[in-house]
Ligand binder design. Structure first.
Ligand code: URA
Length: 244
């Protein structure tokens, strides 16, 4: 694949902009010969720099973000900054494959919720991870306003009815981890589900952090606001086989 095509696929601009970046010598690749526009590269695994900034070819893109508090998961946020401002522009500008451009969050977290968020431009991955049929467990660390007791834990496990839905929702797992702390595992993702479940047992969420999605835990060394690529084995850990 020619460098300008590689740059285009990664979101570095229109085909014309990408051709310009290569022609003006703004792109470097670690190889023995000087780079020219006609050279062909094996895209998979290629690391290059664009105006001095290193980039690794990823097609499609799968990444994790440590969502900080005070950010919205929307592209067009109403009050707080969008999580998308935490990502480099090529990830936001990747050519449109599905209905939208760039990577998309796999589900949403509330503005005040922190923790593990996955993003991708692979529509099948979004569907696989969000579909209630696949029951991907999501683990939340909850800080509560009132002390947690055994009755509340049991009710969350047995199922509670939320205001707009007669079918009870239950936690796949729930344990008190402190007097005001709960670890709650959900396999579905209804709107404000944790907050509404806690309200249904007469408690209230004061802090909410997602620590795990399936076998994928938020790494200790990924600070709030930071992102990194998912490794192939991490996709396997959440039960996904990316397209060949
Ligand atoms: N449940 C909630 O109430 N909020 C979130 O952000 C995620 C799950």
């Amino acid at each position: 694949m020619q460098l300008q095509e590689i740059l285009y696929s990664q979101g570095f601009g229109t085909r014309r902009v990408c051709a310009g970046l290569v022609q003006q010598g703004f792109v470097t690749v670690a190889c023995t010969k000087p780079v020219d526009a006609a050279m062909e590269f094996e895209a998979k695994g290629l690391v290059f720099t664009v105006q001095g900034v290193a980039w690794e070819y990823h097609e499609p893109a799968y990444l994790m973000l440590h969502k900080p508090a005070g950010t919205e998961c929307s592209q067009k946020p109403s009050t707080y900054p969008s999580i998308y401002t935490l990502l480099p522009s090529p990830l936001r500008l990747r050519p449109q494959k599905g209905p939208v451009q760039g990577v998309q969050a796999v589900g949403r977290l509330d503005q005040d919720t922190t923790g593990l968020l996955l993003l991708t431009d692979d529509g099948k991955f979004i569907h696989r991870m969000s579909s209630p049929r696949h029951h991907v467990p999501k683990v939340y660390e909850v800080t509560t306003k009132h002390p947690v007791d055994a009755t509340q834990v049991q009710r969350l496990l047995d199922g509670v009815v939320l205001d707009d839905d007669p079918v009870p929702v239950r936690a796949a797992a729930c344990e008190a981890t402190g007097t005001h702390q709960l670890r709650l595992t959900l396999t579905e993702g209804k709107y404000h589900q944790v907050k509404r479940m806690l309200a249904a047992v007469s408690n209230r969420v004061e802090g909410l952090h997602r620590s795990r999605i399936g076998e994928l835990a938020l790494p200790d060394d990924l600070a709030p606001g930071q992102w990194r690529w998912l490794q192939p084995h991490e996709l396997g850990a959440v039960g996904y086989q990316p397209p060949a």
